[in-house]
Write a protein that binds this ligand. Structure first.
Ligand code: ZN
Length: 162
């Protein structure tokens, strides 16, 4: 396949705008294009699928359903945690976003939904769970990944290595 077409295993630079319900939530404007390694789940599946085959310089509107985006909103994705499990000096407030480490040592995003005297109710839904994502994307550059990037399954941007 030609080098000017998005395909798995390539580093894609894209300019993008993300809208939900007509409101711009995220954009590469001002911060520069986002790079991702195609075929390695670096971006939401519904967007990646639509971008495969796009040509260099091409732009496209892509609508991604929740199941191909950040998931459906799940009523079960809540947990009540005793207040005593939080550090005493931690400010607990509704809407505060946290990184919670679960029993397997995995980092999980959570948001404080409500607080009582005894418990804190956490919402583990992604902030964009249940949302239909409206992307406008433009492919601005394509390149082969380095060996290391391919091994890691993600892009190493300058000054940002992990
Ligand atoms: Zn890496």
């Amino acid at each position: 396949m030609s080098k000017d077409t998005v395909q798995d295993g390539q580093v894609v630079s894209m300019e993008y705008t993300l809208r939900v319900d007509g409101e711009v939530l995220d954009s590469s404007d001002g911060v520069g294009p986002l790079q991702f390694l195609a075929g390695y789940d670096n971006i939401v599946p519904g967007l990646e699928r639509e971008m495969i085959g796009m040509k260099l310089g091409e732009s496209k509107d892509v609508v991604v359903s929740p199941e191909d985006g950040y998931g459906e909103f799940e009523d079960e994705a809540f947990m009540e945690v005793p207040r005593t499990e939080f550090p005493a000096d931690m400010e607990l407030e509704e809407g505060v976003e946290l990184n919670v480490t679960d029993e397997d040592g995995k980092n999980q995003y959570a948001r404080i939904e409500s607080i009582t005297d005894e418990t804190v109710r956490l919402d583990f839904n992604h902030p964009l769970a249940g949302a239909e994502l409206h992307f406008n994307v433009k492919v601005v550059a394509l390149r082969d990944p380095t060996k290391e990037e391919l091994e890691h399954g993600h892009v190493h941007e300058e000054g940002h290595h992990h």
